[in-house]
Design a binder for this molecule. Sequence first.
Ligand SMILES: [Zn+2]
Ligand SMILES: [Zn+2]
Length: 276
Amino acid sequence: MNGFAQGLFALLFPSDCRLCSAPLIDVSRLPVCHECLTSVQPIEGALCSLCGERLITGFAAPVHPASGICGLCRRAAPPYAKAVAYGSYDGSLRELIHLLKYERVRPAAKVLGRMLADVLANTQVVGNSELLVVPVPLHATKLRQRGFNQSELIAAAAVKLARSRRSDSQKLQLNTKVLRRRRATDSQIGLSSHQRRENLRGAFVISKREIVRGREILLVDDVFTTGTTVSECARVLLREGAARVWVATVARTLKADTRELSLTAATPELRMAAQA
Ligand SMILES: [Zn+2]
Ligand SMILES: [Zn+2]
């Protein structure tokens, strides 16, 4: 079935929520219930001002929250100016992304795009200049298998929404052609950071240098895990003359949740009190 037929089918025959199996009451093209959607919350708390990783403050943590920059970024600053993400890559958000990527439920892109537009609006990731929005590309083989590039669908939905919302202080221009993935890459899972970089070296190219030269660029991906992919894309864009590269993703893997860490991160007195 094509996307339209799929959507029509979902309208005529509402199924159960694809995340929690609750019966769906509202008619929607996205087979996900209201509760599952509202359970996706933006990341809160102190984050690294460069990569967006959670800064774990307190006794046992080897970071200096006062600097606002995590240990990894202090050791080696990322090539991009700043990376922001809407939510933590777990729970319903992770499942929503999988619904889009692996089960090809395309209407999920719209809700993920809304989250991306929200994080852009709230963090004011960029100044007032015109932004070139560039989704992280898939290799042609992967694109054929999946039928679409999820980052492209998410970026397109976010740009559309941002345009309708803004007082037009900022212009967003989507370009899905300028960055290409010319080489299929092996899975990054289980590789060291050095191996990940090697794995991606030369994988991305720019089709037309004139398009990126001197431009502020917003790189969009679905998930930020280690940041190796967006860093490699940013390096290529900067090498070809981009002025600055920002990164926005719908989700991000984060260091362990602060709630789980509250005991180890607390002061000795608090830990003793908690154990008592
Ligand atoms: Zn549900
Ligand atoms: Zn960082």
